[in-house]
Design a protein around this ligand. Structure first.
Ligand code: NAD
Length: 353
């Protein structure tokens, strides 16, 4: 066995009901005296509770302060506010959009971030930033944007509606699947991904059955972290390249797009990736990975069609061209235009692979 693996430097604190105490400890460890709290509308109340005892210099939580995919003017406003208030620590309470805005501040200022996730997007565990300008999303990797600490508290996800929890959890599952064949996949990523699949396979159906139960939320949050840690080191595989193209071209919702596309990429690659197939089937507890995923989607009543998300049918050809141009090196199967057109059409129609 030979491989190179990079583990990112970050503290993870995981305990339901302990967010306020853990955030306070992390801010103190960073010697924070002028904290900026970033929160979107859905997390505003909980952020005010968590941060009540902190030395807050600026609350960045008005309507419009957090916007999905971090448009550049939204990032510029947050950066200006951080400078104006002489901020020394950013605390981000919310989903991937909120973490993304905190990363945008860190990218240009180096101000450390403490992330308190309220979805299963996993951005908190990666050093990847993203910004959008004129409908184009740019991403990059920079160690400055990796949150110094992540405070997980499953109680904060209890208000995430079931349908959003499902697609957000499937976004996490997509990190696991893609990390098995992404350009920098290695045995550590693969081990993390397999355990993440087990946690998500247990957690997501529990959330559907009992949305107010903490156990399913904890399993899903744990799986989300493991999946993002795997993905952070493996890089983007074919699935993420496809979703990136679709999200950018048609302004589709992030987690829903990942949820719809995942079964199609799995069916496309799995027959050509026997080791990934074996790991996924085992973690999903099914004879094959594709069958295991299909069963999970039925249990979760997951969304199936890109047309249901607003993608126009006449966009399939242009999207296929863009995916082929962005295909990651080393994908287990050749990424040809006819094959990708077929994959996208099936995902658009919602055909079961
Ligand atoms: P999001 O942060 O926009 O949240 C989705 C929706 O859920 C929003 O309407 C939000 O208000 C609501 N919400 C969040 N937490 C809630 C809660 N606890 N209760 C009720 N409602 C709640 O979306 P997301 O899917 O978490 O993140 C998507 C964004 O993150 C995208 O921009 C994506 O590109 C980025 N992302 C980045 C990385 C990375 O590594 N850089 C990884 C994953 C996602």
């Amino acid at each position: 066995m030979r491989f190179d693996h990079e583990t990112l430097p970050q503290r993870v604190r995981f305990a339901s009901g302990e967010a306020a105490a853990h955030v306070a400890a992390e801010v103190a460890a960073l010697r924070g005296r002028r904290v900026m709290v970033i929160a979107g509308r859905s997390a505003r109340t909980v952020a005010r509770e968590i941060a009540a005892g902190l030395p807050v210099a600026h609350w960045h939580d008005r309507d419009g302060d957090v916007v999905m995919h971090v448009p550049v003017p939204v990032a510029e406003r947050a950066r200006a506010a951080a400078a104006e208030h002489d901020v020394d620590v950013v605390v981000a309470v919310g989903g991937g959009s909120t973490t993304g805005l905190a990363k945008a501040v860190a990218l240009t200022s180096g101000i450390p971030v403490v992330a308190v996730p309220t979805t299963y997007a996993g951005s908190e565990a990666t050093a990847v930033w993203g910004l959008t300008e004129d409908g184009r999303k740019t991403t990059g990797t920079d160690p400055r944007v990796l949150p110094r600490a992540v405070v997980y508290d499953a109680a904060l996800t209890l208000h995430l509606p079931v349908a959003l929890s499902v697609v957000s959890g499937l976004n996490a599952l997509a990190h696991c699947v893609d990390s098995l064949w992404a350009p920098r996949t290695d045995p550590i990523n693969q081990a993390l991904a397999a355990e993440a699949v087990r946690a998500l396979r247990t957690g997501l159906p529990s959330i559907v059955k009992e949305p107010e139960g903490l156990e399913g939320r904890e399993q899903t949050l744990f799986g989300a972290y493991l999946s993002a840690a795997a993905f952070a080191s493996s890089g983007s595989g074919l699935h993420h390249k496809i979703c990136h193209v679709l999200g950018g071209m048609f302004d589709l919702p992030h987690a829903q797009t990942h949820a719809v596309v995942l079964p199609h990429v799995l069916a496309f690659n799995a027959p050509h990736a026997p080791e990934a197939e074996r790991r996924l089937a085992s973690a999903l507890g099914a004879p094959t990975a594709t069958a295991g995923l299909a069963l999970l989607y039925d249990e979760l009543d997951a969304p199936r069609a890109l047309r249901g998300l607003g993608m126009p049918e006449d966009g399939i050809d242009a999207a296929a061209d863009a995916v082929v141009a962005a295909a990651p090196p080393g994908n287990p199967r050749a990424v040809t235009r006819p094959a990708i057109t077929g994959l996208l059409r099936a995902a658009w129609e919602g055909v079961r692979p």
